[in-house]
Design a protein around this ligand. Structure first.
Ligand code: PGA
Length: 240
């Protein structure tokens, strides 16, 4: 069963969230995880659960340290029935000037609190131009997944999100996604984490989802802008 993670970022307001909820259907053929703004988690949880959708958060505190004004703890997220957290998104990294070691710390915090992680990795535009993308993601995986025990693999989804593609109008090409997914699967096996699922994210919409989902070994999609409209999200999730 493929998994579709909806990362709403700041693309929604409460009215849109309510419209979204009114159009929800049971998801039988795919797993859908909705990551709304934190403020909406509590009010959306009952309906999302009723419709068999899972709830995720767009971010969490970096560790179990009470001195983080403005952050939210894993316990808070669990109280709102969230079972997933997006970790290491390039927009989080930029906003908090995070290092790969910080992401490793956040990932371990999430996993040790029995939450599942959507771990984002991917190269920047220059790194792609200089043909360094495989080296970059290899380094990201080696540091972020350092000392992550293999029994946590089933709780991690690795999302390949080339930074140049996020929020643009340009998804990566099918052949680039294909070669990266094959590479990631090999690296995850080398790191004893072969049970991690691998998905793609970056400018996905209903017009390109079927093509991207045709990539062998791809196990789902991480969707930003296009995930706020229920009809659009369902057509992406049924695009295979
Ligand atoms: P996008 O965002 O689909 O709007 O490009 C994807 C993401 O940031 O996860």
């Amino acid at each position: 069963m493929k998994i579709f993670i909806a990362n709403w970022k700041l693309h929604s307001d409460f009215k849109m969230a309510k419209t979204f909820l009114s159009k929800l259907k049971d998801s039988e053929y795919s797993k859908i995880v909705i990551c709304p703004p934190l403020l909406y988690l509590h009010s959306m949880q009952d309906i999302l659960k009723f419709k068999n959708l899972e709830i995720g958060a767009q971010d969490v505190a970096i560790a179990n340290d009470e001195k983080q004004t403005g952050a939210i703890s894993a316990e808070n997220l669990k109280e709102a029935n969230a079972s997933w957290v997006i970790v290491g998104h390039s927009e989080q990294i930029k906003r908090h000037s995070m290092t790969l070691e910080d992401i490793n710390k956040k990932l371990m915090y999430v996993l040790e609190k029995d939450l599942n992680a959507v771990l984002c990795i991917g190269e920047g535009v220059l790194e792609r131009k200089q043909n360094m993308h495989f080296d970059v993601v290899k380094e990201q995986l080696s540091v972020i997944l350092d000392k992550v025990p293999s029994f946590f693999a089933k709780n991690i989804i690795v999302a390949y999100e080339p930074v140049w593609s996020i929020g643009s109008s340009k998804a990566a090409s099918v052949s680039d996604i294909m070669s990266m997914i094959t590479f990631l699967k090999k690296e995850l096996t080398r790191l004893n984490l072969k049970d991690c699922k691998v998905v793609y994210g970056g400018s996905v919409h209903s017009g390109n989802a079927a093509e991207i989902l045709s990539v062998p070994e791809i196990e789902g999609l991480l969707i930003g802008r296009a995930s706020v409209e229920a009809e659009e999200l369902y057509s992406i999730a049924n695009a295979e």
